[in-house]
Design a protein around this ligand. Sequence first.
Ligand code: MEV
Length: 337
Amino acid sequence: MTVSSAPGKVYLFGEHAVVYGEPAIPCAIERRATVAVDERDDDHIRVEARDLSLDGFTVEYAGDTDGRPDVDAPTELVDAAMGYVDAAVEQARDAADAPAAGFDIRVESEIPLGAGLGSSAAVVVAGIDAATRELGAALAPEAVADRAYRAEYAVQDGQASRADTFCSAMGGAVRVEGDDCGRIATPNLPFVVGFDGSAGDTGELVAGVRSLREEYGFAADTVGNIGDIVRHGESLLADADPGAEPTPDLLAELGRLMDFDHGLLEALGVSSRTLDSMVWAAREAGAHGAKLTGAGGGGCIVALDRTPETRTALRYTAECRDAFRAELDREGVRTED
Ligand code: MEV
């Protein structure tokens, strides 16, 4: 059996705009998806999943998702999870030149599914890493990132950037602009996450922004303005002391940019009442800034704060199911014992 894990992420800035070639800065956080893979004697795939914001499920099927038996979990969540697992298996088979390889796969995740914390990217990255190593065809993290991007791109009908998968594979804070991806040095950013208990549909949300841009050409300016926020934010980070505590001025300015970014995401139609409530609860509790993270529609917000007040305020907010500190995880995909 081969076991790998990979981290989830929050977006400091730039989700959605990154799909149109603007830069984005996602940051890996210390919440992981772990995938255990055992090669089988046949070409079947058996998947057992736990903690994916549902009660867990087990499915077994041959080759692809067709003919999958009924399982005791919400169909759309199982379909979403299985789509990503299938795509990861396809990439691993291709990388190892083993088109008929079958696997028993066990997925465990501390990252709620579809909530903006990069759960699918983490599952795909850890799955490709574990399955290729199980087949004796281990890949470097950069190659895992590339394969994982191709898997997400296929599942999301060509509407995916490299941001989530590169960040999960490499860890730390990263900058992604088109195919240009790299790690960046940052101070210790104090993230707090609020989760409303729901999930958004990334494909649908990305498609919504696309049709807004098609209908109103000037929506492209909103996307471009998000890119400007990212460029300004990264110049602030470049001037800061890597690995050190951020200065109050830096926190204040990054927070303002996060607020600005959230406003533009809201204008693009990807926020929700619950996300906005949590964003305002965090701001009113004294966070330097707060925004939705990931595709939106429901799920998580990220706030910048080094005190416990924001977390406490979020926990007392009716729309918030869970609130937690999220440390930057400087390690990407890794082998587990
Ligand atoms: C989803 O976590 C982030 C989006 O920008 C989509 C993508 O980059 O693939 C909305």
